[in-house]
Design a protein around this ligand. Structure first.
Ligand code: NDP
Length: 332
């Protein structure tokens, strides 16, 4: 097998990406040099932050280059290469997704234990989304037992873990919002105390009905009307972990809300943005704890798997539309 297929950025999208944003390119499988590993990718991740990298804009992470492969988290098997600490057959997580074969600098590959969990789990529940949920809830929002929590995009990779970790850490009441009746049903099965479909009416009304005594912590994945509703529902000294604002990633105009920001003053609220990479010191602790919860059947996770590199653009668009339950992945 000498053929590798990869996805390039063909054009920078204005608003929603389309099929024309991407190009499938066939190349030769590269040969590893010293300190390099050739990895046959088994799963690649599509993540909301990738939409921001398609813009030519200054951000916390550089934009994707035009006419070059996209990148992002992937997990696969080492098939060739010589580097200390690695042997062919190892399962590694690295940052060169969006391609079938990756030539990875061994210093940027992390060996994972496939006997602890399936390889795909290292891109979701035991990977970056899992740590985002854990660090955002416990470190950034500093959840305390007995508190009331609201999380948006609650049926997604991060959100579904936020709600479950909140219950495991003693939250008194956990509310999730999501985009369909089926997702709401799934949240109830995962142990959320209440859940609503945000299409069913104004978010502030649905949240008030779901959390009549208010909330202490809001884990924001969505922004806009969700953040505005949460600010209204937050109690004195409430905290918001500002994780993402997916409702506006494809907007071409600045968003309108939240219109009630002045409530932050009287209620002494804290709104704190965070990036998961700033919390890597919690990684080891998180993996140990989450692996224990998985082993004891205290934590569940969903995956939505799309097959084939040629379907990766559609998987990414589906993620932005909400086609996924849990982590959206592409199997290669
Ligand atoms: P998800 O698995 O949650 O997938 C995204 C979900 O967003 C979709 O399934 C969809 O679900 C929902 N969504 C899309 N558009 C809207 C909208 N207009 N209003 C409400 N919901 C919408 O993705 P992740 O778990 O990977 O990421 C969740 C959030 O966390 C994102 O905002 C992401 O950018 C952020 N993030 C931030 C990190 C950080 O370091 N700060 C790290 C990782 C993620 P539905 O059907 O419910 O609409």
């Amino acid at each position: 097998m000498t053929v590798n297929r990869e996805i390039h950025l063909a054009a920078r999208p204005q608003g929603w990406p389309t099929a024309d944003t991407f190009r499938l390119v066939t190349t030769e499988v590269p040969t590893p040099g010293p300190g390099q590993l050739l990895v046959r990718n088994q799963f690649m991740s599509v993540d909301p932050y990738m939409r921001g990298r398609m813009n030519d804009a200054k951000s916390y992470i550089p934009p994707f280059a035009l006419d070059a492969p996209l990148d992002g988290a992937a997990v696969g098997e080492v098939v060739a290469g010589e580097a200390a600490g690695f042997t062919p057959g190892d399962t590694v997580v690295h940052g060169l997704g969006w391609r079938e074969y990756a030539l990875v600098d061994a210093r940027r590959a992390e060996k994972v234990d496939p006997s602890l969990a399936p390889a795909s789990a290292y891109l979701g529940v035991l990977g970056m989304p899992g740590l985002t949920a854990y660090a955002g809830l416990l470190d950034v929002a500093a959840l305390r037992p007995g508190e009331r929590v609201f999380v948006s995009a609650a049926a997604g990779a991060v959100g579904s873990l936020v709600g479950q970790i909140a219950k495991l850490r003693g939250a008194a009441h956990v509310v999730g919002s999501a985009g369909s009746a089926a997702k709401v049903e799934r949240l109830r099965a995962l142990g959320f105390d209440a859940a609503f479909d945000y299409h069913d009416g104004p978010v502030h009304e649905s949240l008030k009905a779901a959390a009549p005594d208010g909330i202490d912590v809001y884990f924001d994945n969505v922004g806009g009307d969700h953040l505005e509703a949460a600010i209204s529902a937050l109690r004195l000294h409430g905290r918001v972990a500002v994780c993402g604002m997916i409702a506006q990633y494809n907007d071409t105009e600045p968003p309108a809300g939240p219109r009630n920001l002045a409530l932050v003053i009287g209620k002494r609220l804290t709104l704190r943005g965070f990036l998961v990479n700033d919390h890597s010191h919690l990684r080891e602790q998180f993996v140990q704890e989450a692996a224990g919860w998985l082993r004891d059947d205290k934590l569940s996770y969903d995956e939505t798997i799309v097959d084939g590199i040629e379907q990766a653009p559609e998987a990414f668009l589906g993620l932005l539309r909400g086609d996924n339950l849990g982590k959206m992945l592409v199997r290669l």
